[in-house]
Design a protein around this ligand. Structure first.
Ligand code: ADP
Ligand code: MG
Length: 288
């Protein structure tokens, strides 16, 4: 009897044991059950598994929500599914407009196929409106429009609480070269412009967001691409009319209604399936 992953249930052995397999059986595509895949990394919100081909990974979105460097933690049913869908929508649009990303395609409700990259250990934050730590540090009222978009870098290191760093630190410690910082900033501005427009069209203000970048090797060539995820977990999104928060601040600030807010973001971006849209608010339907 084989044991399955976490449930403790047992499943009977398959009818054809290894010895009885037909000779060319190895040519058939093989489905690798979740619990047999090689787990490369488990983070706070996602798990990375080895992908089907070299240079690929499977990014699995969990329902875990963390804040304040994981001091606050909760499991919120359905969050991973929504982030997978929203991030897929954003990354495939970025690919379409020529902003290079790690994203290949979505595989199922919780997983996507991505290219493995060498993650640059920086959280790149782009801000359009004052909020969060910027408001606290500089005494700016939340919601103040910034004179221009501001890019900030944080060193990705949980043990140190992701401290803010300057270009001087980044180059001195070799986390990225000056040329790479230029590329990262150019990408950050393109992503910010694209996302600002995308959300504006959905009646949502992009206050700020975080992105991660990685080095993608193609033979001898290397280029910087956008990696990780872009979702309401990593953006501040405010409803333009009501100013309601539609992002992870609902969790950080114990406001509740996180799933409802993420679902509304997905609905406004037009990425929910027809049956998920069903209901009185779904609008006119074709009568068959
Ligand atoms: N394309 C990629 N290749 C390799 N690593 C990646 C890629 N995209 C994201 N990652 C890394 O995978 C991890 C995703 O899991 P997450 O739960 O967000 O982790 P963390 O708790 O470290 O933020 C992150 O550490 C991120 O840097
Ligand atoms: Mg992360």
């Amino acid at each position: 009897m084989r044991r399955t992953g976490g449930t403790g249930a047992t499943i009977p052995p398959r009818a054809t044991a290894t010895r009885e397999r037909p000779i060319l059986d190895f040519l058939k595509p093989r489905y690798i059950p979740m619990n047999r895949r090689r787990r490369i990394y488990e983070g706070k919100a996602k798990v990375l598994y080895e992908g089907p081909e070299p240079g690929t990974l499977i990014q699995h979105f969990k329902d875990d929500a963390t804040a304040f460097n994981a001091k606050k933690h909760e499991v919120i049913d359905g969050k991973g599914v929504l982030n997978n869908r929203i991030s897929e929508h954003i990354f495939s649009n970025l690919n379409d407009i020529g902003v290079p990303t790690h994203f290949i395609r979505r595989l199922n409700m919780r997983e996507q196929l991505i290219r493995e990259v060498e993650i640059i250990p920086l959280e790149v934050v782009v801000r359009n409106v004052a909020a969060g730590s910027l408001s606290t540090k500089l005494g700016l009222e939340e919601g103040t429009q910034l004179p221009r978009s501001i890019i900030e870098f944080y060193y990705k290191n949980d043990a140190l609480n992701d401290p803010m760093v300057s270009e001087e630190h980044i180059t001195a410690f070799g986390w990225a070269t000056p040329q790479e910082i230029d590329d990262i900033m150019a990408l950050a501005i393109r992503v910010n412009d694209f996302l600002s427009g995308l959300f504006l069209g959905a009646g949502i203000r992009l206050v700020d967001f975080k992105m991660e970048c990685g080095r993608l090797w193609e033979g001898e060539m290397m280029r910087i691409v956008v990696a990780d995820e872009i979702s309401p977990d990593s953006c501040r999104l405010w409803d333009i009319k009501s100013k309601d928060k539609m992002d992870k601040d609902r969790f950080r600030r114990d406001m509740g209604g996180l799933i409802e807010a993420y679902t509304e973001v997905a609905r406004r971006l037009g990425i929910m399936g027809e049956n998920e849209k069903a209901g009185p608010a779904a609008g006119p339907r074709l009568v068959q």
